[in-house]
Ligand binder design. Sequence first.
Ligand SMILES: [Zn+2]
Length: 499
Amino acid sequence: MRAPRSRTTAALLSAAVAAPVLFAAAAPAGAQDARPAKQHPSQAEKAQKLAKKLVKKSTGKSAHRHLEKFQQIADANGGNRAAGTKGYDASAKYVHDRLKKAGYKVSYQNFTFYESQTVREGASVLSPEARKLNAVAFDFSKSTPEGGIQAPVAAARVDDTPGCEADDYTSDTFTGKIALVKRGACTFAEKEAAAAKAGAVGLVLYNHSGDQPVKGNLEVPENAHIPAVGITKAEGEKLAEQVGKGEVKVSVDVATKAVPHKTRNVVAETRGGRADRVVALGAHLDSVHEGPGINDNGSGSAGLIEVAEKLAKETKGGKKLTNKVRFAWWSAEELGLLGSDHYVKSLSAQQKKNIKLYLNFDMIGSPNGAELVYDGDNSDNTGSGPGPEGSAQIEGLINGFLDKKKVPHWGTDFDGRSDYGAFIANGIPAGGTFTGAEGLKTEEQAAKAGGKAGQPYDPNYHAAGDTLKNIDRKIFATNIDVIAHAVGTYAHDLRSLKG
Ligand SMILES: [Zn+2]
């Protein structure tokens, strides 16, 4: 799970509208066969049988061995498994080798990502009076010439989506000026692009809370159009007030450097099953630099290994499956969903069409966790809209399984903080589970599922304490079962996706 950001949901919403036609018409059932159901198990029966078997064979205890391995890898590599480090590469090799041994067709997908290093950062007011601003460079900001750029300030409208949309830049002339924009409601990249499009030659973004300057991040070098710095809320509000009274001139001096790093996704698929009906599952394998990332996301990664191994065992390496099952371990999720984005971008239109659904598992062993199911039907009516057609049905399948096990569960929004984003944006139905990050457990959740209300689901989120010791083994085991049930069902029968 990557860090929360101010983010618009417009991209997800618009993507969710156009769902592709997912299925060819089903063949007429048993036209020549008088008693098909008695002679051959139906798809539904096969699915039910495999799901039951996988749930029984896949266990939290067995999956825990992989968490132990990830902890050992982190301990031996400076305490983390972040993308671009030896700890990550060792994790990827571990997953690769296990899946290969289990009989999967396994590949590494190599890609380069960039780390932004700040070379210079600064900004100051030149008139009506001279003062220095406490400014920090956006990651991947365009650089100014040494000595900076000087220009008058124009303030973008502050509304529900401040500086996110073109009409936030109509109150003044922005051409040749430095845009002053308030933080919130959409991504840093979206604000920077909107300001550049309005003609601004630089961006000064001010924080919406606290007393620190906002650290913007454009995520990839390609998003950079104009030099951009963040300042504090108080400084921003003062500037906005001054702009309202007359001309304000500022100087922005910033330089960043994009340092390339190599990393890789691991992708493993069954040898059997229809290639035009792929059941895809993913978990990010990278941690943050601050800790070993055992819950975030050794847990989802271990869950996929466990179920993949048991699936191979029960189906002769996946040869007896109706549909192909593809497991992916993503890199650089914590840096902006880079691995999954790279993967989806690398697919042809046909390859995307072949993926019938995507299941995501990110943080499934939170120590004060709640069982949260991605809100495919938008019944919670928060944040993003529903997922592409089929997402509601995925949520239904998982909810039904949890109800049967009498596990209390709640919805969780597709808020763009994990790897389903690129799949949803391409009209692929998505779902999965999550047991909570820095958010606080509600009274209702604590009453029904135990744990501490008002406390974070994972107090060690993105910190050194995200270790083997701080995994809730019970909720972890529950989610191994969720993965097993979904894999067993969809590997033979996708009809429930149509509702
Ligand atoms: Zn994370």
